[in-house]
Design a protein around this ligand. Structure first.
Ligand SMILES: CC(=O)[C@@H](O)[C@H](O)COP(=O)(O)O
Ligand SMILES: NCC(=O)COP(=O)(O)O
Length: 240
């Protein structure tokens, strides 16, 4: 079964808009778990525009499902993750000024850098996933640098889904087969939604986890957080 990790970046965006503590990020994380989230994902960025470094420490103290910290592994991020020792770290090659994540790693070009990073997190018993495009060569490169899992960057799938969902999913199926052949674990995320999730999870073999934030929090405005999390879970269970 594919597990649902709820990304709560957008909750922090709303909180930061007024400088106070409404909504309370920690309480929302606990409620997401109570409503059926099987993991909590956060993506602290250097400008702390949504998740703050202190949030990661506060969440770590209370989250009981899988805690997944995503981000660009600069020094501050590495130090934070090694201090918190979450269940999973997902390394993402974001530029500091990027509006959102917009590409996976070039696992061949950055092989030495990735190998060193992965070793340092694994030394602390942290499972490592790296953000990768749906490209078999990049998956092979990911295997070579010693990662436990990869997270497929699904924005291109989400963009093409409305016009041609078969063509949209095809490279992801191919990449997932390569992941299975190489014995890696498979996660996916970015712009997955109630519209496109079930087709993705039905077609992509071996999908262990999806992390979903933007669309899920938007849906929660209409359906409420509890219903929304249940709706996403249902898409995943009916995809089996
Ligand atoms: C790694 C990834 O795919 C991102 O979706 C991310 O975690 C979202 O980041 P923002 O919420 O900052 O857009
Ligand atoms: N890893 C992807 C993630 O956590 C959420 O991405 P999005 O649903 O906010 O696009």
């Amino acid at each position: 079964m594919t597990r649902l990790s709820v990304n709560i970046n957008k909750i922090a965006t709303i909180r930061n808009a007024r400088g106070g503590n409404n909504p309370n990020l920690v309480q929302v994380a606990l409620d997401c778990e109570r409503f059926g989230a099987q993991g909590i994902t956060v993506h602290p960025r250097p400008d702390e525009r949504h998740i703050r470094y202190q949030d990661v420490l506060d969440l770590h103290a209370v989250v009981t499902t899988e805690f997944n910290i995503e981000g660009n592994p600069d020094e501050r991020f590495i130090e934070l993750v090694k201090r918190v020792k979450p269940a999973q770290v997902t390394l993402v090659p974001d530029a500091p000024d990027a509006i959102t994540s917009n590409a996976g790693w070039d696992t061949i070009r950055h092989a030495d850098h990735l190998r060193r990073l992965i070793d340092t997190f694994k030394e602390d018993g942290i499972r490592v996933s790296i953000f990768v495009d749906a490209d078999e060569r990049m998956v092979e490169g990911a295997k070579a640098v010693g990662t436990d899992r990869i997270e497929l960057y699904t924005e291109p799938y989400a963009t093409q889904y409305p016009s041609d969902r078969e063509a949209a999913v095809a490279p992801f199926v191919q990449a997932a087969r390569k992941v299975q052949e190489l014995g890696l674990g498979l996660n996916a995320g970015h712009d997955l939604s109630l519209e496109n999730l079930r087709f993705f999870a039905s077609n992509v073999p071996g999908l262990l986890e999806v992390s979903i934030g933007h669309a899920l929090i938007c849906d929660a405005l209409y359906f409420g957080l509890e219903n929304t999390i249940q709706l996403y879970r249902r898409e995943l269970t009916t995809a089996e």
